[in-house]
Design a protein. Structure first.
Ligand code: ADP
Length: 171
């Protein structure tokens, strides 16, 4: 069925309909780094069965942070959000995670934007109380994942590799 789809429709339909193997951009924000939550976040994604294909510590430029949050330009908290991300009081830990349905599942692992609405058991539900200091970012769609990975990572910084025990996690 996949082969019969019109050429242009393929990637979009694969990502949405099957929750296939995808990549998402996850970033621990400066407050998450500062509060020593890096290992905890990585562990949650690793234990679930996702594959870390890119990671780096980075203090984003103002231009990068503004582009990353371009959709929110004009919101009253935009300037504060950009200065929080770019302050350099701790780096952002930028990551690319790969696996089945990882974009949607990553959002579930992270929890609601407002930590007071986030379920206990999610990262935001467990570790924070303020929307302005909500520890972590995760792409919210296939389109934003593609945009964000390209924005934060060079091609040579994202790696294709296989789990040696892949058949125990996926079949
Ligand atoms: P998410 O990060 O869950 O995708 P949004 O895209 O709506 O959520 O917002 C991006 C980020 O902007 C949030 O994670 C949060 O850091 C910040 N933000 C959103 N709403 C507010 C707000 N009302 N006050 C301060 N910061 C906010």
């Amino acid at each position: 069925a996949f082969q019969q789809l019109p050429r242009l429709a393929r990637p979009r339909i694969v990502a949405i309909a099957t929750g296939g193997i995808e990549r998402t951009f996850i970033a621990i924000k400066p407050d998450g780094t500062q509060r020593g939550l890096v290992a905890n976040v990585i562990e949650r994604f690793e234990r679930k069965g996702y594959k870390l294909v890119g990671i780096k510590a980075i203090v984003p430029s103002k231009a990068l942070a503004e582009e990353h949050y371009a959709d929110l330009k004009g919101r009253p908290f935009f300037a504060g959000l950009v200065s929080y991300m770019t302050s350099g009081s701790a780096p952002v830990i930028a990551m690319v995670w790969e696996g089945k349905d990882v974009i949607r599942q990553g959002r579930r692992i992270i929890g609601a934007t407002n930590p007071l609405e986030a379920q206990p058991g999610t990262i935001r539900g467990d570790y924070c109380i303020s929307v302005g200091r909500n520890i972590i970012h995760g792409s919210d769609s296939f389109e934003s994942a593609e945009k964000e990975i390209a924005l934060w990572f060079g091609k040579s910084e994202v790696f294709n590799w296989e789990f040696a025990n892949a058949e125990w996690v996926t079949s």
